[in-house]
Design a protein around this ligand. Sequence first.
Ligand SMILES: [Zn+2]
Length: 142
Amino acid sequence: MIKYNLICKNCSLNFDSWFSTSNEYEKLKKKNFLECLNCNSNKVEKSLMAPKMINKKMRESSKDETKKYKEFKNKINDYQKFIKNNFEYVGKNFAYEARSIHYNEKKRNKAIYGTPTKTEINELKEEGIKTTLVPWFQDTKN
Ligand SMILES: [Zn+2]
């Protein structure tokens, strides 16, 4: 595996990408398979940054990512709090409850949230019942 620092000529995004060999990079580049993570442009090229600078940048960006992850997690926590306060938890009965609401068999004051399986979500989708998937961190405090 070989790691290249790539730069997008379109939006100037700088990012790292792994290739199995240096030939693979050339092949993908020729076929226009290299895509910018940000703007999907094919104008992606190997960055000519000196290795030392890349190392420094990598360390900084991983620090950034930890910070971003923490911010993200905080946001999700807030989101979870909001859901817990405003939605009714129905757990594994989610599909059943969602149908009850959809077909107006049951009036509810609160929207619901729960833990449906993937199959259940797909079935609901086929019936025209919209669900929203939210990232969810398990509460480990309890
Ligand atoms: Zn770009």
